[in-house]
Design a binder for this molecule. Structure first.
Ligand code: ADE
Ligand code: ZN
Length: 344
């Protein structure tokens, strides 16, 4: 008999109410087709789609690059600070409905500055959405600036310069976009410069790239968290190292499914990661493109791989422990989690 035969399966309502954080979500990836259309109209932009249904039909991806091509095109409707604020608030409303109480959101400034949108416009809009979410929904958040790794190191340094007046509004920097062919070491110097400015450092690694990229992220770049990390499991010594260091992995199950990193959710490695002692968390990555927000990721994966109530509580606990919050802020949220678990 398998372990799961004895396990207590978890109710969706329990998971919804469980306080949790999201640590891997690209704000541009939360742009729903309806808002894309609305913003296109507001800004006089013509989209290459006739309807929301046509946009959704285009969301069939065979790999990361397929998705990125469509995702960067979608972001072209974002023009004003108000657009970025509306985008952020729409995400926070969904997060709050899913029991999310804290989020650390990625944004891709180069996607916007390269088409003439000022860095400050993006920041003002996102920060206004974050402020309003905290006031009206009680959801706290932090911003992580991602460098696009298909662009050059020089371009990343230019973006870091643009970020300097906003340093006290940023929690960290990350690396996203096309992974294969663009290893973390390509950006070691700019990431070091960001760390010297007081920022945390994360990197997408082991999403499509090999275990060697995860080694580089931890040994060369010395990241504070690994985004994805799935392919680390191919290397036992690497897995052991991540367990020993207690490195948080921001895992994104529905993203892995949609980008064909796994053939089906039943074989997703999340449960295995927990059983190995890895500090895995659950996240939505680009929820508007991958068919689900934070709660959908928890529930779909729980059903597919047989997560227990204890597993789900561990995932939520890991999300706070791995967050870029102070010890006191983590303790406050973990106490809320413990009180919820005790009461349910
Ligand atoms: N940008 C947005 N989503 C991404 C992902 N899953 N991997 C790399 N870059 C991204
Ligand atoms: Zn991502």
């Amino acid at each position: 008999m398998t372990d799961t035969a004895f396990a207590t399966f978890v109710s969706p309502e329990f998971v919804r109410g469980l306080p949790k954080a999201e640590l891997h979500m690209h704000i541009e990836g939360s742009l729903e087709p309806e808002l894309m259309f609305e913003l296109a109209q507001r800004n006089g932009i013509t989209l290459p789609y006739a309807s929301v249904d046509e946009i959704r039909a285009a969301y069939a991806f065979s790999n990361l690059q397929d998705f990125l091509d469509i995702y960067y095109q979608g972001a072209s409707v974002l023009q004003t600070a108000e657009d970025f604020k509306d985008l952020a608030l729409a995400y926070f409303r969904r997060l709050a409905a899913d029991g999310g109480v804290h989020a650390e959101i990625f944004f891709d400034p180069q996607t916007h500055t390269d088409r003439g949108i000022a860095f400050g416009v993006v920041m003002e809009g996102l920060l206004a959405g974050m402020d309003e979410a905290e006031r009206t929904l009680g959801v706290t958040s932090k911003l992580i600036l991602c460098f696009l790794r298909h662009l050059s190191e020089d371009a990343a340094f230019e973006t870091l310069e643009l970020a300097k007046p906003w340093l006290n509004k940023l929690a960290g920097v990350g690396l996203d976009s096309s992974e294969v062919g663009h290893p973390p070491a390509k950006f070691a110097r700019v990431l070091r410069a960001a760390r010297d400015l007081g920022l945390k450092v994360v990197a997408h690694a082991g999403e499509e790239g090999p275990p060697a990229y995860v080694w580089e992220a931890i040994d060369v770049v010395k990241v504070d968290r690994i985004d994805h990390g799935n392919r680390a499991l191919e290397d036992a010594a690497l897995t052991e190292r991540l367990v020993r260091d207690g490195t948080t992995l921001t895992v994104c199950p529905l993203s892995n499914l949609k980008l064909c990193g796994v053939p089906s959710l039943d074989v997703h490695p999340l449960k295995r990661m927990l059983d190995l002692g890895l500090k895995a968390t659950v996240n939505s990555d680009d929820p508007a493109y991958f068919g689900g927000y934070l709660l959908d990721n928890y529930l779909a994966t729980a059903a597919a791989v047989g997560l227990t109530r204890d597993d789900v509580v561990t995932l939520a606990r890991n999300s706070f422990e791995g967050a870029f919050l102070t010890q006191a802020e983590k303790a406050e949220r973990l106490a809320r989690l413990d009180a919820y678990v005790a009461a349910h």
